[in-house]
Design a protein around this ligand. Sequence first.
Ligand SMILES: Nc1ncnc2c1ncn2[C@@H]1O[C@H](COP(=O)(O)OP(=O)(O)OP(=O)(O)O)[C@@H](O)[C@H]1O
Ligand SMILES: [Mg+2]
Length: 243
Amino acid sequence: MDKILEVQNLSISFAGIKAVQHLSFSIERGEVLGLIGPNGSGKSTTVNMIAGNYLQDEGDVIFEGQPVSRKLSIARRSRLGLGRTFQTPRPFGNLSVYDNVFSIFLQKYNFKDADVKTMEILELSKLTPLRALAASQLSIEKRKWLDLARVLATEPRFVMMDEVMAGLNPNEMLSSLDFVREINKRGITILFIEHVMQAVISVCTRAIVLNEGRFLYEGAPRAVLENPSVIEAYIGRKKNAKN
Ligand SMILES: Nc1ncnc2c1ncn2[C@@H]1O[C@H](COP(=O)(O)OP(=O)(O)OP(=O)(O)O)[C@@H](O)[C@H]1O
Ligand SMILES: [Mg+2]
């Protein structure tokens, strides 16, 4: 088995709140691994530690067999092939759709090659007809796709998708799921965070469940959702939210 990413004993606290505690898991190359859990269970925080936005208190991130130094910047991690989307998309609103992607390729390629690669990614993301619009003019769905297109422009081998389906209607979700599968078919390993379980079942081969910052369970998505401790974590969370 070829592990693309491994996290070992990852922990972080914010002012005494233990957001993630002693978390260990690994992802096989080519896999779409689901990361699920109730609100506040530590999913985005985990992504933030792997991507370099947050400095973990303890634990290690190992990417393609190499330990990622705790202090390695977000940009350097991205250059290693490690990409992520944000729960709230962050394209540059005043730039055109085309320029949002082109500006990233231009960091690595000459003008002509950057143009060819940009057109390729826009086609894959079904954004070609919208390429002249400012990013701020896009619908939520298309903004999310542009966010993904920008991540793809960094030519990652591994992408963490943090709730890319949130706020989409059922039809938009179906086309987004196709997009996720297409990205995976191109050889990109995916960590897929999502609350809509149907989406997790439809794209993931395996899922990991977090609860209150800790690893709770791991297995095939359907089995995970039928597990009593997972059901309890979700129901317990809802009860607490009501009180
Ligand atoms: N920068 C921060 N400062 C303080 N607390 C934080 C910070 N980031 C996360 N937390 C806390 O860490 C815990 C885990 O949050 P996180 O955002 O990782 O959850 P999540 O599983 O992504 O939730 P959701 O499904 O709602 O997106 C929460 O208690 C949250 O308030
Ligand atoms: Mg989150």
